[in-house]
Design a protein around this ligand. Structure first.
Ligand code: ZN
Length: 278
């Protein structure tokens, strides 16, 4: 059994100060969480792999790094992967992956293998494999790496990082690299079959100005159920649903948001009720 642990850097919803796009259109966690979800989903179709997520998957609590490392060490992971979005000068771009300066050759080989998959699949600039004394790398006992999957501070990359398509590309690249690294075998189709109709909410935000008006008009026109909240930065987020994901009204809402390039993410009923309580 190969044990892979994950953590999405920081928390979402403005919980971790400063970790957001400079125009407030995305929290860093939104990207990190999306990549981790796509990667874990992709790996779930393989045999002999178990996975563990060390952060708060609802994004409401920024689990301290010491606690993340404690959980991962206790679980006894073989490989820990921390997913982040980068920040820097507006012109900085590309993807870089970090290992601890004391990392073994095996750890470095694994990190470079995963990094190369992500570079090849995304075609972003290759900033290389780097070393840093990051706490999460220093305090986890197993092979570990931290991937910075693009710069939120670069307008071109921010646009990509807000899309599920880019998050899926990065997440599935990491998963496929793990598959080849550990020689994992895909589960039979029967075992991998999933229910098609599940209940989900669509979370989307933060809107202001013309996009806010458009989304608002769409919601009233279609009669979807929704809740709205205004964030501390003045932008508005919506929780739309519940939907049966097999139904046309779900596909319509999802297509509308995707076609406009609006960031959106699916929440389980449990995540939706947590959002409402906040
Ligand atoms: Zn980060």
């Amino acid at each position: 059994m190969v044990k892979i642990s994950w953590d999405a850097g920081h928390a979402g919803f403005g919980v971790t100060p400063g970790k957001r796009a400079t125009d407030n259109s995305m929290y860093e966690w939104d990207f990190n969480d999306g990549v981790v979800r796509y990667a874990m989903e992709a790996l779930s179709h393989y045999e002999n792999v178990s996975q563990f997520r060390a952060d708060d998957p609802s994004g409401r609590i920024d689990v301290p790094l010491s606690e993340r490392a404690r959980r991962v060490n206790e679980w006894g992971s073989d490989l820990h992967i921390s997913v982040h979005g980068n920040a820097g000068p507006a012109e900085a771009n590309g993807i870089e992956t970090y290992v601890h300066p004391t990392a073994s050759k095996g750890n470095r080989d694994t990190a470079l293998h995963i990094h190369n998959y992500v570079i090849n699949r995304t075609n972003r600039r290759n900033r290389g494999l780097k070393e840093a004394d990051f706490q999460i790398l220093r305090t986890t006992n197993m092979d570990s790496l931290l991937i910075e999957g693009g710069f939120m501070t670069n307008s071109e990359e921010l646009t990509l990082m807000k899309t599920n398509n880019y998050r899926a590309t990065v997440g599935r690249a990491i998963a496929d690299a793990i598959v080849t690294k550990f020689g994992l075998k895909r589960k039979s189709e029967r075992a991998a079959s999933q229910p098609t109709n599940i209940i989900r909410y669509i979370y989307t935000g933060g809107f202001a100005g013309q996009p806010l008006q458009e989304v608002h008009d769409y919601l009233f026109r279609t009669g979807h159920n929704f809740d709205a909240k205004r964030g501390s930065d003045g932008s508005v987020v919506f929780l739309i649903g519940p939907f049966d994901t097999g139904m046309a009204n779900f596909k319509d809402a999802k297509n509308f948001l995707d076609s406009k390039g609006h960031y959106n993410r699916l929440l389980t009923p449990e995540e939706a009720s947590e959002w409402r309580m906040k």
